[in-house]
Write a new protein. Structure first.
Length: 241
């Protein structure tokens, strides 16, 4: 048996609620499920992860996301209907990227940045998910933050050598940044996989976890909001109202 370290401060939402929110955003926003019947529900799903980031004190991400969403909606309502040709296509593409792809990215960023590996594994165990699924996802939770840190370090090192857009060695930017990033990503994946096996993940014995998770009032509020939105979409599709 192994004891997994937990974070000192409990997250606002249970990991299972975060995963449910991620599924809803992927299904209704990116997947466009519900069509025109879910338009109002998509507004909620777009802005909800932003306010969760605000409660998590991710001020910069909240402000950038709020500005991008609001600007995209304004373009869609006031500018897009009056544009034609290539300008209309470009406006539609920008709006589509911000309103379809960005919400999933922001929600995923919130889930990864506010959920520790211990919390995630505890949630998966409570849902009786197979370790064949839990272990790769647990490695992923550490992989992306580590890759982002490595990318920032590589960017700083290349900037010091004037390898950047607008610099004297701009043509070397892709080679000198992409290849080190690929090498670091491969090495990070191997190290995290080895660390997971070293800690006993995947072992036959029953594991214990000192990380305590559970549903609170915020979880019930988000679940009721998601369930209510889903019910409204279904009722509208059935022409009930």
């Amino acid at each position: 048996m192994e004891l997994l370290n937990s974070s000192s401060k409990k997250s606002l939402l249970d990991p299972r609620t975060k995963l449910l929110l991620l599924i809803f955003v992927s299904t209704f926003v990116l997947g466009n499920a519900g069509g025109e019947y879910a338009n109002e529900f998509r507004y909620v799903l777009n802005y909800l992860p932003l306010f969760l980031l605000l409660f998590a004190r991710r001020w910069s991400a909240f402000v950038k996301g709020f500005v991008c969403y609001t600007a995209a909606y304004l373009l869609q309502i006031f500018l897009s209907p009056h544009l034609h040709g290539i300008m209309g296509f470009l406006c539609l593409a920008v709006v589509g990227i911000f309103l379809r792809f960005l919400p999933g990215i922001i929600t995923g960023m919130y889930v990864v940045s506010t959920t520790t590996v211990s919390e995630f594994i505890a949630a998966m165990e409570k849902m009786h998910v197979s370790q064949k699924i839990t272990i790769p996802l647990a490695v992923m939770f550490r992989f992306f933050p580590t890759v982002v840190e490595e990318a920032a370090s590589i960017n700083k090192a290349m900037t010091m050598r004037d390898i950047k857009l607008g610099g004297k060695k701009a043509l070397q930017m892709i080679e000198y940044r992409l290849i080190p990033m690929m090498t670091c990503s491969l090495k990070i994946g191997q190290e995290l996989s080895a660390a997971s096996l070293t800690r006993g993940l995947g072992g036959p014995g029953k594991r214990t976890n000192i990380c305590k998770i559970g549903f609170g009032w915020c979880d019930f509020l988000v679940i009721i909001l998601l369930a209510g939105g889903l019910a409204c979409v279904v009722l509208r599709a059935l022409k009930v109202f």
